[in-house]
Every structure is written in structure tokens, then in C-alpha cells.
Design a protein around this ligand. Structure first.
Ligand SMILES: [Zn+2]
Length: 314
């Protein structure tokens, strides 16, 4: 038996068959055409899926279901994409449509939740029961696993940890509030701070690093810090402070066994973990006499979304 896991992104849709022990088989993908409306995109996906299932001899006798991870506001119990800013989808009854066309059960969840479930079941979190996943990319995404189960909140719309305020009346956030964790701890926030420091310090090594990379991205400050640039060190230490304080808020609420970091900034790997672990350790992981929280880097990378979407059926 397998489940089909599908990861829908802004530019492409990627899928695969996944076995109950997390093996990825028979991958497929299709581009998302920005000029298509939501019905056209889904129609194309259904055609690709029909061919894919036929080619690999998958049908309802050997497929447990089709799981989809979708960016945006997802009403998972009802199987409806309420709104996806990324894809410009609104009130899309995607589960009903896929089940009708393919005769196989379907389920959806938010893309961050899908990645969380993948990491929890088969990746960095498989030894732990209570987990927080934090995606440090363009925004700050979150996922929560309690007692081995994904916690999605009412209508599947919880775990939006990026939109918790860490600076009162701080930077404006995409959600309309001010001072959200996302505005500081996302790659976007880090790049913003990196650029300010670079403008203030024309002698910083960050200029050379950025020139080499051809742009200012989330790696510049970390790389210049490793080369002992004091201005970069300030930028990174500030970043760790924002991220650390944000995480400790959630440690105090959830007291997870571990937190898994993913997304672009998580590519800093052990270097990031060491800095963040020290920051949180110096502050007792948020509160006195509480168990420490293991800080881990995601293991499944870009496969986590597909695997997690399939795992909605395991
Ligand atoms: Zn926000």
C-alpha cells in the first residue's frame, strides 16, 4: 500500500507515492501557470494524476488516499482552501473535486503542517512525541505535534506562530499587526537587518560576502560572522535574540520535547543550533526548572511536504 503525497507551491506541484515507512517512490511534478485560474490548475493536476496512477498501476485497491499540502488558509476538516494568497485561490472545494474525479479519498492541510507531519513521523522528530516545527523562510511558519498527532486548531487554522508579537508596536507585518516574530526572524527580516548594518558600516565584510553571492540574502551575515566581522556578529546575535525569545514563548506554552528548524535560514545547520541553544540555555529554555528543549534541523528537506501530505493517511 502507498499514499500519494502532493506538495503544492507557488510555481510547481510536486508529488510522489509514499510507503507507510516513509519511502518516496515514483515522483512527479507539473508547473503552476500563473495565468491559469484555480479551476484550470486543478483540472491540469487531475489529468496528471490520472495518467500517473494509470502508469504506475495505482488505484483505490493499493492507494490509501491522496494527501495535499497547500500554502494559505486551509479548512482541513471541510477539505476547502479558504484562501491562498500565494496561489490566488479562494473557496476552492479541492477534496470533493479530487475524490469525484479519481475515486480515491483525499485530505488537505496547510503546507507547513504537512512538512511538520513529515518531519515528525519520518524525519528529525521521529523519536519525539511533542514537537514544534518552525520554518524560517520568506515568512515564519509553524507546525505543532502533540502526542504524535498534528494539532491544527479550529478549522485547521492554528499554529501560526510567526504572527505572535515579540516587539510591541514594532515593525509592520504582512498580517496587519505590528512587531510579529515573522517581521524579525524570517529570512526577510534578517535580510532587512543585514542591509541596514551594511549601509551603516561600509567597511563591513558583509559587502564582500554579498558581492561574492551576487546578492544580499539570509546567508550574508552568518558567513561574515564566521569570518569574524563584528558588524555581522551584531546582526546575527540580534537575530538569535528575536528567534530565541519567540521560541521560548512557545516553549513555555507547549514545552515540546524538541523544536525542528526548517527553511532557508536552517541551512546554517549546527552553527545556528549552537548559537540558539546557548541563548535559550542561558535563559533556562524560558523558565526555571523546566526540561530543556532539543533544537534540531529538519532532515527531509524538500521531501518533507510530500511525505507529510501522504502521512495524513498513515
Ligand atoms: Zn504578523
Amino acid at each position: 500500500m502507498v499514499a500519494i503525497g502532493i506538495d503544492i507551491g507557488g510555481t510547481s506541484i510536486k508529488g510522489a507515492a509514499v510507503t507507510p515507512d516513509g519511502k518516496v517512490l515514483d515522483v512527479f511534478s507539473l508547473p503552476v501557470d500563473k495565468n491559469d485560474n484555480q479551476d484550470q490548475t486543478i483540472d491540469k493536476l487531475i489529468v496528471v494524476l490520472k495518467n500517473y496512477l494509470a502508469e504506475h498501476h495505482y488505484d483505490k485497491s493499493n492507494v490509501l488516499g491522496i494527501g495535499l499540502g497547500i500554502p494559505g488558509s486551509i479548512d482541513s476538516p471541510k477539505g476547502i482552501v479558504s484562501y491562498s494568497n500565494n496561489l490566488k485561490w479562494e473557496d476552492l472545494h479541492i477534496v470533493e473535486k479530487i475524490e469525484k474525479e479519481l475515486g480515491i479519498r483525499a485530505k488537505i492541510t496547510n503546507d507547513a503542517n504537512a512538512a511538520t507531519l513529515g518531519e515528525a513521523k519520518f524525519g528529525a522528530g521521529k523519536e519525539y512525541k511533542n514537537l514544534l516545527m518552525v520554518t524560517l523562510g520568506t515568512g515564519v511558519g509553524g507546525g505543532i505535534v502533540i502526542d504524535g498527532k498534528l494539532y491544527e486548531g479550529n478549522e485547521g487554522k492554528g499554529a501560526e506562530i510567526g504572527h505572535s508579537v515579540i516587539v510591541l508596536d514594532g515593525r509592520p507585518c504582512t498580517c496587519g499587526r505590528k512587531g510579529c516574530l515573522e517581521a524579525y526572524a524570517s529570512a526577510t527580516g534578517l535580510i532587512y537587518d543585514t542591509k541596514i548594518a551594511m549601509e551603516e558600516h561600509k567597511d563591513s565584510l558583509m559587502w564582500k560576502v554579498a558581492e561574492k553571492l551576487g546578492k544580499v540574502d539570509g546567508r550574508v551575515a552568518f558567513e561574515a560572522m564566521r569570518q569574524n566581522d563584528k558588524y555581522a556578529k551584531d546582526v546575527v546575535n540580534n537575530y538569535i535574540k528575536y528567534l530565541g525569545e519567540g521560541l521560548m514563548n512557545f516553549f513555555n506554552v507547549l514545552r515540546p520535547d524538541a523544536v525542528i528548524l526548517s527553511g532557508g535560514i536552517a541551512n546554517e545547520g549546527d552553527y545556528l543550533v549552537t548559537l540558539l541553544d546557548k541563548y535559550c540555555r542561558d535563559r533556562n529554555f524560558g523558565y526555571n526548572c523546566t526540561p530543556e528543549v532539543k533544537i534540531l534541523i529538519s532532515k527531509l528537506g524538500y521531501d518533507s511536504g510530500k511525505i507529510g501530505a501522504a502521512a495524513l493517511f498513515f
